[in-house]
Ligand binder design. Structure first.
Ligand code: GUN
Length: 295
């Protein structure tokens, strides 16, 4: 039997309707959530992500303030832009699109974002709060994946979750969220040092592929009935397409869908949820920064 396709677009759209209502309520109190979007360089994937984020903001009434900096911008100039956003009362959230050019110290950049405006949840302060389960901004992709699992009715308590990838923005924080009591999964994290990836994935009730390698997870690795979440967004050359490429995930989707119980498509799975969680965090930042007047 073929898998249930988890429609991230539809789930994201339902959440965005609720968020639009929250923005309308804030507007009645004279508040408008604002997101500073900072993009360095012209990497086509980053440009398209940033454009999608700004469009999503506009659709639900969040203001976005874009700053585009050239690829060779001095690091200090970028830090100045972030500091100005830290001070700007119209800005409640700050997003610096990653990756950054190699001459820029990503860690220094992330640390410059004020934790109260860190709607990506990437600062050490927010990641520490996440670990301790204190109020914080959760990183958007991991949070979006948890929402997909919960809203799709995938059983997580006692399930064996295998995360394939250990990045700071997806694999590591997701691993942490999966072992929270509220989710209650048993966890394995696989990475480039893992000896036998297939044997680990085969025992998974939930597989999350977030390694950025097309075709890494194949159908023969999937336990029948398992839930497969594909975070990969890989551009593979395809002359039959107008843009010359097509998007594919880290999972061999067509074959895996014949074995899995649930599966997310690429595009239309995790991606729309990442953006939705960013919107939710920006609204929350606005509420918090406005203080008790609106809580
Ligand atoms: N690059 C890839 N994913 C993300 C994300 O969620 N936020 C930012 N800022 N950059 C990214």
């Amino acid at each position: 039997m073929a898998a249930t396709i988890i429609d991230g677009k539809a789930i994201a759209s339902a959440i965005r309707s609720e968020l639009a209502e929250q923005v309308a309520e804030l507007a009645q109190k004279g508040l408008r959530p604002g997101l500073a979007v900072i993009l360095v360089g012209e990497d086509p994937a980053s440009v398209s992500y940033v454009t999608a984020k700004e469009k999503a903001c506009a659709e639900i009434g969040i203001a976005s303030f874009e700053t585009r900096l050239p690829q060779d911008v001095p690091q200090q100039k970028l830090l100045d832009v972030i500091n100005a956003a830290n001070m700007d009362p119209d800005v409640h959230g700050i997003l610096v699109q990653l990756p950054l050019p190699r001459h820029i110290d990503e860690r220094a950049v992330i640390r410059t974002i004020h934790p109260d405006k860190d709607v990506d949840g990437f600062t050490p302060v927010n990641l520490g709060r996440m670990l301790l389960e204190e109020p914080c901004f959760l990183p958007c992709t991991p949070h979006g994946i948890i929402e997909l699992l919960v809203r799709s009715g995938v059983p997580t308590s006692g399930a064996h979750a295998v995360v394939v990838g250990r990045s700071n923005i997806v694999g590591k924080p997701l691993a942490n969220l999966l072992i929270r009591k509220s989710i209650n999964a048993t966890l394995t994290v696989c990475h480039t040092g893992t000896r036998d990836l297939a044997s680990h994935v085969r025992s998974a009730d939930i597989v999350v592929a977030c390694a950025g390698r097309p075709g890494l997870v194949t159908a023969d690795m999937i336990k029948p009935g398992a839930c497969v979440i594909d975070v990969g967004v890989n551009r593979v050359p395809d002359p039959s397409k107008k843009q010359g490429y097509r998007l594919c995930g880290d999972v061999d989707f067509e074959a895996a869908a014949q074995v899995a119980g649930w599966i997310t498509p690429v595009p239309g799975g995790v991606g729309p949820m990442t953006i939705t969680m960013l919107l939710a965090n920006t609204i929350e930042a606005c509420r918090r920064l406005a203080g008790s007047r609106v809580s």
